[in-house]
Design a binder for this molecule. Structure first.
Ligand SMILES: [Zn+2]
Length: 340
């Protein structure tokens, strides 16, 4: 391990853009598959799973992703998945994570919303106790499922309102899923005190990001890398301090960006756009949050102090209350000072 890699490994971090099911590692998937052995195409043997997880293309990624969603069949599966994802984040010194959860996917497969929310809250409490990690939730609309999914996601968010729920999101494909149609749902979620964090400008142009800002009241943007094509938008994001949740490896794996060397992260940083570094669906994209920090350090030419600043940026962009931010910023500062 290089010196910078070991600095990153020990650095206390916040993760703001990581999906719940998308975080299921081969180890976790094997555990779920074993529970439903013989009743799922997913192999329960970790060695066979490594092959199963080797994506041929984006369509294959979606196929594998959905087969993992399909393994989450009852509230005990939800508890296991959430708790084990927290274990893997905590291992990377993630102290605080806003996990994107898609309740619609699970409730529409037959897990009742109250049982689902109780399971994630149980796992949140157990993870804080056992691993020292604070989890919070972003409930996102799977955009491809349209307005009925928006309606149901909003209903679950407002009726169940689990204690860890902070924000309302919108994921899935952008092409053919215009953002403005979701305005009424975001209006209601925001009126109820949830923060707005839609994905936008991942696979489409800057216009989608403008839509997310204007129509959905976005306070942070999931991905948002297309902003690099629009200087006016970059100025707007910089002036209003609206952070982007950048996930470099994901963008290459989904072909949103042709190669890591062509990633727009340096252009965004040069324009003063607040950026945070995140992992999206890490095991499915063959990455980790640590690896994403290393990739960002390479793209931006950062040393240890620069990498510590990236960790600070995620804390600042988080929806932690002031005292929580101060505590984590102090911890990052102490760690960096110990390595200076
Ligand atoms: Zn995402």
């Amino acid at each position: 391990m290089t010196e910078l890699a070991s600095f990153i490994a020990g650095l206390p971090k916040a993760e703001l853009h990581v999906h719940h099911v998308g975080s299921a590692s081969p180890r976790i998937v094997a555990e779920l598959a074993a529970r439903h052995e013989g009743n799922s195409p997913v192999p329960a043997d970790p060695a066979a799973l490594a092959d199963y997880f080797a994506f041929r293309d984006f369509a294959h990624f979606i196929e594998v992703y959905l087969s993992v969603v399909d393994l989450v069949r009852d509230d005990e599966d939800v508890r296991t998945l959430t708790y084990e994802v927290a274990r893997e984040l905590a291992r990377q010194q993630v102290r605080y994570a806003e996990l994107t959860v898609t309740p619609y996917s699970h409730v529409s497969r037959g897990i009742p919303a109250p049982a689902f929310c109780t399971a994630i809250e149980d796992a949140r409490a157990a993870a804080a106790r056992d691993f020292g990690i604070e989890l919070r939730w972003c409930f996102d609309i799977p955009g491809e499922a349209g307005l009925p999914a928006a309606e149901e996601t909003l209903r679950i968010a407002l009726e169940e309102r689990p204690d860890g729920l902070l924000s309302f999101g919108l994921g899935g494909p952008e092409i053919g899923v215009p953002r403005p149609q979701f305005k009424p749902y975001f209006d209601k979620a925001r009126a109820a005190g949830l923060r707005s964090v839609p994905h936008a400008g991942e696979t489409t142009g800057p216009g989608t990001i403008w839509d997310a800002l204007r129509d959905l009241g976005a306070e942070r943007i999931g991905h948002g890398i297309a902003a690099a094509e629009d200087p006016q938008l970059m100025s707007y994001l910089a002036d209003h301090q609206i952070p982007l949740e950048v996930c470099p490896t994901s963008n290459v794996r989904t072909r949103a960006v042709a190669s890591i060397e062509e990633h727009p992260l340096p252009a965004l940083v040069a324009a003063g756009v607040p950026v945070t570094i995140n992992s999206d669906d890490p095991p499915m994209f063959g990455t980790t949050l640590e690896e994403e920090y290393a990739v960002a350090a390479h793209l931006l030419g950062l040393d240890e102090a620069g990498v510590a600043d990236l960790a600070r940026a995620a804390v600042t962009a988080s929806f932690l209350p002031h005292a929580g931010k101060e505590r984590l910023l102090t911890e990052i500062g102490d760690y960096a000072a110990g390595h200076a």
